[in-house]
Structures are given as C-alpha cells and as structure tokens.
Design a protein. Structure first.
Length: 279
C-alpha cells in the first residue's frame, strides 16, 4: 500500500513538473531571446544561448527611447489605478450598505458590470468625441480616463461582495463608540477588505499597464507612447521585426507586474479565493 502511494505521489510530481515546464518555457524563451546576440537568431536557433549580451537592452534605452515609454506607462497606470480605487471602493461600499428606493440595487449592479463586459472598442468613438471637444487629445490624460472607465465597474462588482460579507455589528459597535462615518470607513472597513482591494488592484493594474487600443487612438506623438505601443513599433527600416529588441522590451514590461505580485501575493491569494459575488 505504501509503495503504491509513493508511486502515485511520484507520478503526480512528474506530471506537475511537466506542466510547470510547459508553463514556464515561454518566459524562459523570452529571456533567452533578449540576452542572445542577433547573430544567433538566424537559421537554426539553439535552446540555450551560446553567448550572452545586453545589446538589446542598451539599444532600447539609448536609441529607441524606451525609458520614456516606461515613465508614461507608470504615470497612466498608477494615476488611473488611484482614481479607479478611490471611486470604485466608495461606490461599492455605498451600494453594499445603503438601501435604495424602488429596488434599483440589483439592476444597478448589473448595469455597472455591463460597462466592463462590453469590448473597450465600443467606447472609442464617444470617448474620442468628448476628449476632442475638451481639447485633451494627444496627451496621457485620455488614456488615464479611459482606463478608469473600464476598471471602475470591475472594482465595484468585485468589492460589493466583500463589503456585504462584513458583519454589520462591527460597524454598529464603532458608531456606538463615537466613530464618525469617515473614521468607520477608513479605520475599520478598509483594513478588513484589504485582501479584496489588493486582488482587484492587481487586475486593474494589469489592464491599465497592458492598454494598447486607447493609446493608439488617443495619443499620436512618440513622447506619449506607452510600453505596449512602444513594443509594437520595434521594427527595423526594412519592416522586419527585431526579435531581440522585442524580447528585451517584453522582459522589461513584465517586471512591474511581477514585483506587484511578489509584494502583494499574500493579499492576492486570500482576496481571489474569497470573492464570490452574492446578491
């Protein structure tokens, strides 16, 4: 019996290792292409690079202006994330805790989710018209506001269940002790739903960081290019893709998300595993 259990455990370990290898191989290949000299990318390409180089990373920052694209992406991503969380958290708390007349609470939540379900391209024409009339096209502000529009419904829908799961007795006790509505919200409610906020912040960060459609439409100057747009422009004059440059840009583009996951992984695990929406 023990031998059979060991064999089953060994078989599971082999299968898991094989699946992990398949999942991680694209990441390895991306890094290998980024540190491989251009001369090794013609003909048969070996799995293991014969020599290492940092020429692709240097070319990105020296001749391609990739540093400015990173700065632009950080500005649009972080600013949209802060605005989205500020609006989404307050709205989700109000919907979860307040009673509305005419029983509009449930229809309201579904209408909010509908904005997130629709493809982002469905909003391009009305957003372009509004931004054009306001006079903010060809800046980073339209991209930021567009990301807020897409992320706020997700944050509201995701966090409603977390606020509803909080026992109302805790809030009532704080009110009896003299806590104001703002103190109750900031010092008691927000720390209790921190795992959910971390999880939805990660999802919102990923969307804003990878946003490409709105950047192409709303910004036309190279100085406002974000990382996804800069990656798409990494072509030579002969319209041939320089795979080393693209791979190096891809490696750099995943670093912020990777760092976010590493520092917030404890909150992310508990947040993603306890967020089923209930109505």
């Amino acid at each position: 019996m023990k031998t059979k259990k060991k064999a089953v455990a060994a078989a599971k370990a082999v299968v898991c290792a094989f699946l992990l290898l398949i999942a991680l191989f694209p990441i390895y290949w991306l890094v290998a292409m980024a540190i491989r000299p251009t001369s090794e990318m013609t003909g048969h390409i070996s799995i293991i690079p014969h020599s290492l180089t940092m020429e692709h990373f240097l070319a990105l920052f020296v001749s391609r202006g990739f540093g400015q694209a990173i700065v632009n992406s950080l500005q649009t991503t972080l600013s949209s994330l802060v605005l989205s969380l500020a609006v989404g958290i307050c709205a989700a708390y109000a919907i979860a805790r307040r009673r509305f007349r005419f029983r509009i609470k449930q229809p309201m939540t579904y209408w909010i989710l509908l904005v997130r379900v629709l493809p982002p391209v469905a909003f391009t024409i009305p957003l372009y018209t509004m931004f054009s009339k306001v006079g903010i096209l060809n800046t980073k502000l339209p991209v930021t506001l567009a990301c807020v529009l897409i992320n706020v419904p997700l944050i509201i829908w995701f966090l409603i269940s977390f606020f509803q799961d909080l026992p109302e007795e805790v809030e009532e006790s704080a009110k009896v002790d003299g806590a104001t509505e703002w103190q109750l919200f900031v010092r008691i409610v927000l720390p209790l739903v921190a795992p959910g906020i971390a999880a939805v912040a990660m999802l919102s960060f990923m969307y804003a960081w990878n946003e490409y459609t709105y950047t192409v439409i709303f910004t036309r100057t190279p100085s406002n290019n974000t990382v996804p747009l800069a990656l798409s422009l990494l072509n030579t004059e002969d319209n041939l893709t320089n795979f080393g440059l693209v791979a190096a840009g891809g490696v750099i583009s995943v670093i912020p998300i990777t760092l976010f996951v590493i520092f917030a992984q404890n909150y992310l695990i508990s947040g993603l595993s306890s967020g089923a929406v209930k109505e």
